[in-house]
Design a protein around this ligand. Sequence first.
Ligand SMILES: [Zn+2]
Length: 82
Amino acid sequence: MLTCKEASRLCSEALDRPLELRERLTLKMHLLLCSGCSNYNAQMARLRAISRGYAAGAFANEPAARGGSLPPDERGEGGANG
Ligand SMILES: [Zn+2]
């Protein structure tokens, strides 16, 4: 039986490389029995999907995604005493 620490490590590794059969089986067994790791696994998969979408430019039109510099604010000198 995997510990939660091992299970969470396998969850994140599963996103980067194909797990071996033994790893898949032990992880699946743990996820069936452990709701915490099951939630973690689901969140990792969702985060990965979101970050892939972000990398692909899915959020390019979001203002927060633009880290560019704003145009300088042009201010005229308002001389009241002049
Ligand atoms: Zn667990």
